[in-house]
Design a protein around this ligand. Structure first.
Ligand code: HEC
Ligand code: HEC
Length: 316
């Protein structure tokens, strides 16, 4: 410090520091979301279309506790990660304990930008990084369904218990600044069926949240889309589901995959359990067209040769 203050231009350092801090806050300010509040009649229409997406998106698999009498979306599910425990909040329409007081714009802001109504950044344990590429209309359908069809529950949300360096509002904000691009558009680069499959896999069912390996900063690894991950949900290894013949599911026929995504039955007759069993519970509600689109997509993504039990990553 003495060296700094004995320097004639110490004030220049102060100015640079203030400019950097102000610049960070300006660059990471809460984005403006321009979404009109649907009328009562519109809410009814949207809600009627919302259940399908709500089921496919699996909101309840995290926001509802795994107990018989647990209130739907009443929250409280602990997500144990290497960064600590995240307690999934109550998102029922209860105005105090849940999100009952939220406008449609605030809901879209949470899903698209990962920000709460006060601008606080969410941690990426909430898969908004996937939901961000959902169509706004689909977000509104889910919003209307939750607001109109879910019973308000007053179970309070719990604070997360995280490692010290992730506490407070700054770390998630910095993470978003570095690694999250809310304007990322969908991959609509191929035929219509593939595009629909890509939308379902990436924006709605978020397969990659569990099947794509991440680096130590929690960022999905480049060129490893759906190539399996040793640290999947609850520390479980998720398999490689790219079309690679040896390490992925390249050997599965179209029928194998359809049957798997409908009934959870693997080609050898085993019924899948663990985290995937729950996903199947959601996927079995998909229409035949949507399931076919998902299968078409999975069979036509780049094959990655990677055994998800070590770091033996290798391009085919
Ligand atoms: C993998 C688990 C998981 C899934 C699936 C999930 N969420 Fe969440 N959600 C979280 C976690 C964890 C948080 C808390 C994030 C934080 O505090 O930074 C959260 C927070 C939220 C919040 C903010 C609540 C508040 O009080 O600020 C909303 C809204 C929300 N989720 C809606 C949804 C919707 C809608 C879906 C389905 C489309 C969904 N979530 C699916 C884990 C999940
Ligand atoms: C919540 C985490 C999670 C999500 C989300 C998820 N999976 Fe899985 N998946 C798993 C786990 C864990 C397994 C391993 C299950 C086992 O072996 O018991 C698995 C297994 C599979 C398998 C079997 C592969 C094999 O070699 O046996 C396929 C296929 C699959 N998932 C496809 C998908 C698709 C497609 C999606 C998105 C539509 C998806 N998964 C989303 C966790 C997930």
């Amino acid at each position: 410090m003495r060296v700094l203050f004995s320097c004639r231009f110490w004030w220049a350092f102060v100015v640079v520091f203030v400019v950097l801090v102000a610049g960070f806050f300006w660059l990471t300010r809460t984005p403006f979301v321009d979404v009109a509040q649907p009328s009562m009649a519109e809410m009814e229409t949207l809600a009627a279309q919302g259940e399908y997406l709500y089921d496919a998106a699996g909101c309840a698999s995290c926001h509802t506790r795994d107990e018989d009498d647990a209130p739907e979306l009443g929250g409280g599910l602990p997500l144990e990660t290497s960064f600590g425990v995240f307690y999934v909040p109550n998102i029922t329409p209860d105005p105090e304990a849940g999100i009952g007081a939220w406008t449609a714009a605030q809901f879209v802001q949470a899903l698209r930008h990962g920000r709460d109504p006060d601008g606080r950044a969410y941690y990426p344990s909430f898969p908004y990084t996937s939901y961000a590429s959902m169509d706004e209309r689909d977000m509104l359908r889910i919003y209307a369904w939750i607001m109109q069809r879910v019973q308000p529950a007053d179970t309070p949300s719990r604070d997360h218990e995280l490692v010290w360096y992730l506490r407070g509002s700054l770390p998630a904000r910095a993470w978003q600044f570095l690694f999250f691009n809310p304007t990322q558009t969908r991959d609509d680069s191929q035929d219509e069926r593939w595009n629909r499959g890509s939308y379902l896999a990436n924006a709605i069912v978020h397969c990659r949240e569990c099947h794509t390996p991440r680096n130590s900063l929690g960022v999905p690894m480049d060129g490893m889309h759906l190539a399996g991950w040793e640290e999947g949900p609850e520390g479980e290894t998720t398999p490689n589901i790219t079309p690679d013949e040896e390490t992925g599911i390249g050997g599965w026929s179209e029928r194998d995959l359809k049957r798997f995504l409908r009934f959870g039955m693997e080609p050898d007759g085993d019924i899948v359990g663990s985290g995937m069993g729950e996903v199947i519970d959601h996927l079995k509600h998909l229409t035949d067209d949507d399931r076919a689109a998902l299968v078409h997509y999975l069979r036509n993504i780049p094959a990655v040769r990677r055994e998800a039990d070590g770091d033996r990553a290798e391009e085919p």
